[in-house]
Design a protein around this ligand. Structure first.
Ligand code: DC
Length: 222
């Protein structure tokens, strides 16, 4: 059974696109960023000393993290919404930079794919290191990106639809910071796998992107 990996920088529209693609293909969907966010939430709640890598690793080990297609659970509590708050987003770098946490989550990600594949279900998995590190032998790897300016413009527009006004310059500055963090992490850094197909989505609508990805997947399935 097939694993489709979708990696790329923040704001490239990966989550929405990957989820829609999974629905279209009848595959299971895995949002790996949600897992790093959930560990960070567990750390926040346990008043973790962020300078102590071993403390966060222990908190992660003692937490039960369960992901389904549309929800994430921390010790049986549905945390799908709370992990998206700015407070959690801000501290997620600590879980993403923690080697022990990464090793634990990579194992969970591989089990998710193995279980679904065993039930004859393909998987679309989305993150930063899915094609490069977690599923090096995945049949179809996509690197979804857009220029920094386009990603920042989309983000400002998204917030505007929620009635929030954000400065484009500030969004771009924060985004550059996150790109740098994602690209420079010692394990699981954001990198395009050699055999990934790069899709630059500037000027494309979400439907056009999904269409293009579905085409890439169908070519790889044959
Ligand atoms: O995609 P996202 O914004 O929900 O991801 C949250 C954070 O987790 C982001 O800063 C990058 C990190 N992440 C990661 O290091 N590896 C992944 N496979 C997915 C996300």
């Amino acid at each position: 059974m097939m694993v489709v990996t979708i990696d790329g920088p923040a704001g490239a529209g990966k989550s929405t696109i990957a989820k829609q693609l999974a629905i279209r293909l009848g595959f299971a969907f895995l949002d790996t960023g949600a897992m790093y966010r959930t560990v960070a939430l567990a750390g926040l709640r346990a008043n973790c000393d962020w300078n102590s890598e071993s403390q966060l690793a222990r908190i992660a080990k003692e937490s039960e993290i369960r992901v389904t297609e549309n929800h994430v659970y921390l010790n049986d509590e549905d945390v799908s919404q709370v992990i998206r708050t700015p407070e959690v987003t801000e501290v997620t770098k600590h879980s993403a930079n923690n080697r022990q946490v990464r090793l634990q989550l990579v194992e969970l990600q591989r089990s998710f794919a193995a279980e679904n594949n065993a039930n004859d279900k393909g998987v679309v998995t989305e993150g930063r290191d899915q094609g490069s590190l977690v599923f090096p032998t995945a049949r179809c790897k996509i690197y979804l990106t857009a220029t920094p300016e386009e990603r920042a413009r989309r983000r400002v527009a998204d917030f505007a639809t929620q009635g929030k006004s954000l400065s484009y310059e500030e969004v771009l500055r924060q985004q550059n910071l996150r790109d740098h963090q994602d690209e420079s992490r010692s394990l699981g850094a954001l990198i395009k796998a050699d055999d990934a197909v790069e899709v630059l989505t500037d000027g494309m609508s979400p439907d056009e992107v999904i269409e293009e990805l579905a085409l890439i997947v169908s070519k790889k399935s044959n």
